[in-house]
Design a protein around this ligand. Structure first.
Ligand code: AMP
Length: 584
């Protein structure tokens, strides 16, 4: 299949602001694909070169792309730089500069999707001396054989700024419609995605086989499972009520980073909640885990920084030192961490997710049956009474935890699902204040006064997974130091889009700048109110009104561990609102 078809689809997708149209374009291109191209098309649509857990970074600097474009177009590097400064997107610059190039190219070979994909993979593998020249050569081999429209999207793919507004759920809808004729089979595909985290592979299996094959995709070592998530309760009473008399365990809720550890007799790999492979960032944990004499397994836990003097847990921010690319050895020495295991998904070649929680925990206790400084089991206790829960909360907070996790003892592990089998209870609840929310930045207003030249306030949105849509909930301008405002603005620059994102529902609200929902920040607010301006829960509680945060304040935490689709959901917000009404 020719790349030009994909480029034309990308062009249409970029222009639409309707999610239905986006799905239609996707279905059209997926139906035209072949068994050789289907997975590649899916990855390219996601702007990636494989599933998240092994996606390769292209690592091409802007100046290399500018040089390639100079060679392909005949314009000088300086001219291109000037045009780039104006438009902010090298793909768009290529589109303009290469408009008339075809008359001059003699040895033109029409690009296929396979060719583009293979070349991008080659670029991602280049390293060491001479790598810039080699990357230049590969990029030019693509540009020389492409139209200006193809060049535009090749450069966007290379620079990682293809902003099509497509998320996993929309792709799942499109795969379902394309190959089963119906959207309702998305549920089956979703399960497969939750255990295998690879949309390209699912599409390929469905294309060449049957829905049954996809339905029986197993959990496998070194393929991260999408994590089970928790609902939230507003206080101990509410949490226990939601468990409706079932036996449950309370566990420390630690403010660190969730890690899924995969171990065979030969290797160990660690993945984050957003499926990033972080084995190298935590080699101390890997070495310690090697000492445990155990069979193959997949387990989950929270990695957290600790204060060596007191042994107390330190907040999430201290972990960020481990995210460095360079001098990671120093960070490992200076910022010690421990791993607190809380679940087991796979053991001795068997999927354990269907076992009840207490049995999974029991096996985990047998595996980690000795004292280890760095690998521990999370502290837990069986609870039936509110007083027990309150007492355990006090203990948890004293030791530096964020709060508690309440878990239904009978519940299976439900990959990718947010259900009442796990309930989070944060310490803020005890003061009767509203909990923090994690919200996606979808727009911004230019700053005034001291903030001229910077953003002054951000438009934030919550997420609705069923519709795969972001709904606005507030604008926030307080809680930002100049330094963090600078950092957020810099990071948002890569996500600026010309029009409102197709998966954002903002009603009539206008704002100076729109972003692709990527960056998630933590917000504190004392109250949720009805508002005619914002679209969260619009018309669901009162006609013409949505829900909004009153006096929202940024807590200082950028949630790098969350994708935009992991933002607080509309349902969670509705639940908090309803609870708040009851307590008045
Ligand atoms: P939140 O990020 O606020 O939605 O809370 C869910 C996160 O809490 C999980 O993804 C884990 O990273 C973290 N967590 C901390 N302690 C536990 C625990 N005992 N069980 C499950 N998750 C935990």
């Amino acid at each position: 299949m020719y790349f030009s078809e994909l480029a034309e689809t990308f062009e249409k997708m970029e222009k639409t602001s309707s999610r239905l149209e986006l799905t239609d374009y996707l279905v059209h291109v997926l139906k035209r694909s072949t068994i050789q191209t289907i997975d590649k098309i899916i990855y390219l649509i996601q702007g990636k070169l494989g599933p998240d857990y092994q996606s390769k970074e292209l690592g091409v600097a802007e100046r290399v792309v500018i040089k390639s474009l100079a060679l392909a177009s005949g314009y000088s590097v300086k001219d291109i730089q000037i045009k780039y400064n104006k438009s902010g997107d090298l793909g768009d610059v290529a589109y303009d500069l290469l408009k008339n190039k075809f008359q001059t190219t003699l040895s033109y070979e029409k690009l296929t999707i396979e060719k583009v994909y293979e070349t991008l993979i080659k670029i991602s593998k280049v390293s060491g001396a001479g790598s810039i020249d080699l990357k230049l050569k590969y990029i030019n081999s693509l540009l020389n054989n492409s139209t200006n429209l193809e060049s535009k999207f090749i450069l966007k793919l290379i620079l990682g700024n293809l902003r099509l507004g497509i998320a996993d759920f929309t792709i799942l809808d499109a795969i379902s419609i394309s190959f089963t004729g119906e959207k309702k089979n998305r549920k089956i595909l979703e399960r497969a995605y939750n255990v295998s985290s690879d949309l390209g592979n699912i599409a390929r299996l469905l294309f060449g086989g049957s829905l049954n094959e996809v339905e029986s995709i197993p959990i496998s070592l070194f393929i991260p499972v999408r994590p089970m998530l928790a609902e939230r309760a507003s206080d101990a009473n509410d949490a226990l009520k939601k468990m409706s008399g079932k036996i449950c365990y309370a566990e420390y809720k630690i403010d660190g980073e969730r890690i899924q550890i995969h171990k065979s007799d030969k290797k160990i790999e660690l993945f984050t909640r957003s499926l990033e492979n972080v084995t190298n960032n935590f080699s101390d944990i890997v070495n310690e885990f090697k000492k445990i004499n155990t069979k193959d397994l997949i387990a989950e836990g929270e990695i957290v920084s600790i204060d060596i003097q007191t042994g107390k847990f330190l907040p999430f921010q201290s972990l960020m030192h481990r995210r460095r690319k360079y001098k990671i050895d120093e960070a490992i020495k200076d910022y010690p961490v421990i791993l607190n295991l809380f679940d087991l998904l796979f053991y001795d070649n068997e999927d354990k997710t269907n076992l009840p929680f207490f049995k999974r925990r029991r096996i985990l206790e047998e595996i980690i049956s000795f004292e280890n400084e760095k690998i521990k089991l999370i502290t837990q206790t069986k609870v039936t009474e509110i007083e027990e829960l309150d007492k355990f909360m006090v203990k948890a907070i004293e030791e530096g935890c964020e709060g508690l996790m309440l878990k239904n003892s009978e519940s299976p592990y439900r990959a990718g699902a947010r259900e009442w089998a796990w309930i989070k209870l944060k310490k803020e609840y005890s003061n009767k204040l509203l909990d923090t929310l994690d919200l996606a930045i979808v727009g911004a207003a230019h700053g005034k006064g001291r903030r001229v030249g910077n953003y002054g306030a951000f438009l934030l949105a919550a997420y609705e997974p069923e519709e795969d849509t972001f709904f606005t909930i507030c604008k926030v301008g307080t809680g930002f130091t100049d330094e963090i405002l600078e950092e957020i603005s810099k990071r948002l620059k890569q996500h600026v889009i010309k029009n409102k994102h197709p998966r954002v529902n903002s009603g009539e609200l206008k704002i100076d700048v729109w972003f692709e929902p990527k960056l998630v920040i933590e917000i504190f607010s004392p109250e949720i109110t009805l508002s005619p301006l914002y679209t969260t829960s619009i018309n669901r509680i009162k006609k013409g009104y949505g829900l909004a945060l009153r006096f929202p304040k940024f807590t200082g935490k950028i949630r790098d561990d969350k994708n935009a689709e992991d933002s607080t959901t509309i349902t969670e917000i509705e639940n908090i609102y309803k609870k708040q009404l009851k307590s008045i």
